[in-house]
Design a protein around this ligand. Structure first.
Ligand code: ATP
Ligand code: MG
Length: 195
């Protein structure tokens, strides 16, 4: 039977500071050695690009917009993603966003239906390590940081992700991003892509 290689659309989730962007730069280096075309998209940056056209100035102001406005921006960003044609498309995003109305989903059903992901990768790390990574990163304007809140966020991530995999029927690979072991975690992610 002829088996055509299928394009992969991988959604990578993890709470802020867990190390998604750092891991993804390693993952891209590895994928390029496999002679595949790859595009990494930060869902937040794409939403911010759309929001900037409407006057928003600070990326960290995005999650403070009314939820209805954020939902509309999510839809516009998802439509842009659906149009990409690389062999491997990786979307760097969150299962939920901390808004004034509570956690709201980064990947609601209407967004998943537009993107049609083939795989999920869920990144986590020890709460203490996430805490330290957030505290050390002065480039971001983050919400109040406590270990208790980080544990709550990790719980919310796992619950919301279950819904995403059931809605799409796509598998999820759980990755623990251990301190100082970025390379190992990156290799596991690439393996999960079937490369
Ligand atoms: P956000 O959702 O806010 O974009 P993120 O998940 O992309 O966050 P990064 O910006 O990649 O997180 O990482 C946060 C910080 O943690 C960075 O300073 C990065 O260098 C550091 N870091 C990430 N992974 C590791 C690791 N395995 N060991 C040590 N430091 C790490
Ligand atoms: Mg990031």
């Amino acid at each position: 039977m002829l088996c055509l290689a299928e394009n992969k659309k991988i959604i990578m989730v993890g709470i802020p500071g867990v190390g998604k962007s750092t891991l993804l730069s390693k993952v891209v280096e590895i994928i390029k050695t496999h002679d595949k075309t790859v595009n990494v998209i930060s869902f937040g940056t794409l939403m911010f690009d759309v929001a900037k056209e409407n006057g928003l100035k600070d990326r960290d102001e995005l999650r403070k917009l009314p939820v209805s406005e954020q939902q509309n921006l999510q839809k516009l960003a998802a439509e842009k993603i659906a149009a990409y044609t690389e062999q491997i498309i990786i979307i760097d995003t969150h299962t939920f966003i901390n808004s004034s109305e509570g956690y709201y989903p980064g990947l609601p059903e209407h967004v998943l239906k537009i993107i049609k992901p083939t795989n999920f990768v869920s990144v986590s790390a020890k709460p203490e390590e996430i805490y330290n990574r957030r505290m050390a990163d002065t480039t971001r304007n983050r919400d109040k940081i406590t270990i208790t809140n980080i544990k709550k966020e990790l719980d919310a991530q796992s619950g919301i992700l279950s819904a995403c995999t059931v809605l799409t029927g796509s598998p999820v690979k759980l990755i623990l991003n251990r301190e100082g072991e970025i390379d190992k975690a990156a290799e596991k992610i690439v393996k999960a892509m079937g490369l």
